[in-house]
Design a protein around this ligand. Structure first.
Ligand SMILES: Nc1ncnc2c1ncn2[C@@H]1O[C@H](COP(=O)(O)OP(=O)(O)OP(=O)(O)O)[C@@H](O)[C@H]1O
Length: 456
């Protein structure tokens, strides 16, 4: 096989630069080769540069068990690898035809390659994605309504996955293979117009190039690379905002969230939904923004709920909100959390602003327990003993929040206090000197981000 000099084809030089740029020098790589033009060029090109880069190279080819010609393709990949002096591993899958075949095949292939990489103790898996794949992916995503995140398109490196051909066009690939006089297989699926990608490749990109009067592929790929850099910067800022806004007991500080610029606002909220397992799309984020601005509850897809209540924004999974665990306070000095609330039994001193306090009477039956409401709970009010449930209704506590509201009971289980719900029960009329000089129970409400570091 004739050797390509860097002058006859730019591909080996670009490939070498790409490996080096992504930290793949003096290391080991498993090349994923289907036998198509791109991955064949990856194989031959890498074989050309492996010595210079001190790479240990092995090859893998996967037969998905879907086409009869696949057996022949596997044989040709094994043969080419052998001629280049490389070990080739063959993996056979048994996929069944049917819905989502393309995605299932891709997922199974990547999983198989990753297992093999680990078994062989190799550093990277490398695939043959090109500049053209990048341009097609970007156009497909833009046409379906992507944000900047999706415009990053194909990553040149993602953890142990490398795409070293991403700076080479399909034209470079074909020219290189012609110079090397290496044949390749043509997957009929790549010409099947039922796939959107095929139509973008065969119709849209050529039409765009004709209209522009030049090849747009490189410009589109450059945009994807710049989008990737910009997105990384914004994600870093979103990390900082997230750390500032996340509240003890879960959820985000609503006031802080509303104050963020839209690019951060969207990223932080998308993270909240994503972490809970809810689906995130642009329309959902926009609707959520309105709900958060005025407060309330918004149903999301698949039974998830977005709750913007009590100064806190949360995403709740279907049937997911269980009442917080009870908190037992043994005596003066005891402290702890009940869900998003924090409690402390203070021996003396005034509570900080915004913190509620209950003056504890002599003879209080210790320990106190902070727990969710229970059936039959009654609490003493000025109007006599009333059901906790009714008190919460009168105080307009939303029904979905009632289990998360603390009920403080004494050792006999008698409700003493519903902080924030029944403030008139004890708080008014309690002179500050009385709070300052006697044992009192302080309740830190979960309202603001300051709540994360209460001045205990
Ligand atoms: N049968 C296969 N065996 C080994 N590697 C493969 C196989 N098919 C594809 N690959 C690897 O994946 C790369 C992309 O191939 P292709 O564009 O056909 O995949 P895809 O299904 O579109 O998925 P994706 O582009 O997300 O990887 C190839 O260049 C090659 O490195």
């Amino acid at each position: 096989m004739p050797r390509a000099s860097p002058e006859s084809s730019p591909l080996p030089g670009r490939l070498a630069r790409s490996y080096a740029e992504h930290g793949a020098r003096s290391c080991s790589v498993l090349l994923a080769v289907s036998g198509g033009a791109d991955s064949t060029a990856l194989l031959v090109g890498t074989a050309r540069v492996r010595e210079a880069l001190e790479l240990r190279v092995e090859v893998a080819t996967v037969d998905h068990g879907l086409r009869t010609e696949a057996a022949e393709e596997v044989t040709s990949v094994v043969g080419l690898a052998e001629r280049l002096g490389l070990t080739c591993h063959v993996r056979r899958l048994a996929l069944s035809p049917g819905a989502g075949l393309e995605a299932r095949a891709r997922e199974a292939r990547y999983a198989t390659l990753e297992v093999l990489r680990q078994e062989r103790g190799l550093d990277f898996v490398a695939t043959g994605h090109t500049l053209d794949d990048q341009a097609e992916t970007l156009l497909m995503r833009l046409s379906r309504g992507t944000a900047l995140r999706g415009a990053r398109a194909i990553h040149a490196r993602a953890d142990t996955l490398l795409r070293p051909l991403l700076t080479c066009s399909r034209e470079d690939v074909l020219a290189f293979l012609a110079t090397e006089e290496v044949g390749f297989v043509v997957d009929p699926m790549n010409a099947d117009p039922t796939y959107f990608r095929t139509r973008v490749r065969k119709d849209v990109l050529p039409a765009l190039n004709r209209a522009a009067g030049f090849s747009t592929v490189e410009h589109l790929a450059t945009f994807a690379r710049l989008a990737s850099e910009d997105e990384a910067l914004l994600e870093g800022l979103a990390d900082g905002a997230w750390a500032r806004l996340v509240l003890t007991g879960g959820g985000l500080d609503a006031v802080g969230l509303r104050a963020l610029e839209p690019p951060l606002w969207r990223r932080v909220l998308a993270r909240l939904l994503g972490l809970a397992g809810a689906r995130v799309d642009h329309a959902t984020l926009e609707r959520a923004r309105e709900v958060i601005a005025r407060g309330g509850v918004m149903p999301l897809s698949d039974g998830f709920l977005l709750k913007a209540t009590g100064g806190r924004v949360r995403c709740v999974a279907p049937g997911g909100e269980s009442p917080p665990a009870p908190l037992v306070l043994a005596g003066p000095g005891a402290q702890g959390d009940f869900g998003a609330w924090r409690f402390r039994v203070a021996a003396e001193g005034l509570p900080p602003p915004g913190v509620l306090a209950l003056v504890l009477k002599e003879g209080t039956a210790w320990p106190l327990t902070v727990r969710s409401r229970m059936q039959g709970d009654r609490v003493r009010t000025r109007a006599g003993h009333r059901k906790v449930q009714d008190v919460m209704v009168d105080a307009r506590v939303p029904s979905e929040e009632r289990d998360a509201r603390p009920v403080v009971v004494d050792a006999r289980g008698v409700p003493l206090w519903l902080p924030g719900v029944l403030p008139r029960f004890v708080e008014p009329g309690v002179a500050s000197h009385e709070v300052a000089s006697r044992h009192s129970l302080w309740a830190f409400p979960p309202l603001t981000s300051e709540r994360k570091t209460p001045p205990l």
